[in-house]
Ligand binder design. Structure first.
Ligand SMILES: C[S@@+](CC[C@H](N)C(=O)[O-])C[C@H]1O[C@@H](n2cnc3c(N)ncnc32)[C@H](O)[C@@H]1O
Length: 192
């Protein structure tokens, strides 16, 4: 899969998130920064920016490493968290919801989980988030994709994070990737 399979939808979703986070006042943490296409298209004018990537990317606001590890020391103070993953954006966004302090913020997600579900493989994440540890390998689990996303939101609620708005778009072409922009407010405390 290419990094930016539906650039128009990805851009629109991010413009919505930045607007909901105060436009130019937004402060953006990209958890999957890549080579910076989203930064250059959507985040150039924001107040503050930081990006993580596993690969060494020679750009001023990039840090190299595992996002879930780097997040621990960098999670506070952002108004937009962008998880532009190839596969599963929910695990690291769940870390954001748990570790972050109270306040309003937005999240952006590129979700390719449905491609995995289409193979019938209930991976560890799906078992964890649904609480259904004995879930069998089954060709029909794809139809539970939306339930899985709702289960993620339910876990976030347990961390005191309530969603105020969520918009999503489906990728053109094979329709196997969903793009989300979510605004949220955390009332609970940061949890280690
Ligand atoms: C879909 S691309 C992101 C594209 C990027 N947002 C852009 O606009 O150019 C996914 C990126 O995430 C990086 N990546 C994958 N797993 C990661 C992880 N656990 N921690 C940090 N970066 C990761 C990959 O190296 C890849 O560059």
């Amino acid at each position: 899969m290419r990094d930016n399979s539906d650039l128009a939808a990805k851009t629109e979703i991010r413009q919505w998130a930045v607007k909901s986070a105060g436009g130019k006042k937004a402060t953006v943490l990209e958890l999957f920064g890549g080579e910076g296409h989203m930064h250059d298209t959507c985040y150039k004018g924001v107040k503050k920016h930081l990006a993580f990537d596993l690969r060494p990317i020679d750009r001023g606001t990039w840090l190299q490493g595992q996002n879930r590890v780097l997040l621990k020391d960098n999670v506070q103070g952002w108004s937009v968290y962008d998880a532009d993953a190839y596969g599963n954006p929910w695990l690291v966004l769940t870390d954001v919801c748990r570790l972050r302090g109270p306040g309003e913020f937005a999240m952006v997600a590129t979700c390719g989980v449905s491609r995995r579900l289409a193979t019938g493989d209930p991976n560890k994440f799906l078992k964890w988030v649904t609480g259904y540890n004995d879930m069998p390998r089954c060709g029909t689990i794809l139809r539970f994709y939306d339930d899985m996303v709702h289960d993620v939101f339910r876990v976030w609620k347990g961390y005191g994070v309530n969603l105020t708005k969520c918009v999503r778009a489906r990728s053109r072409g094979n329709h196997s990737v969903w793009y989300y922009a979510i605004s949220a407010v955390k009332t609970g405390k940061a949890m280690p």
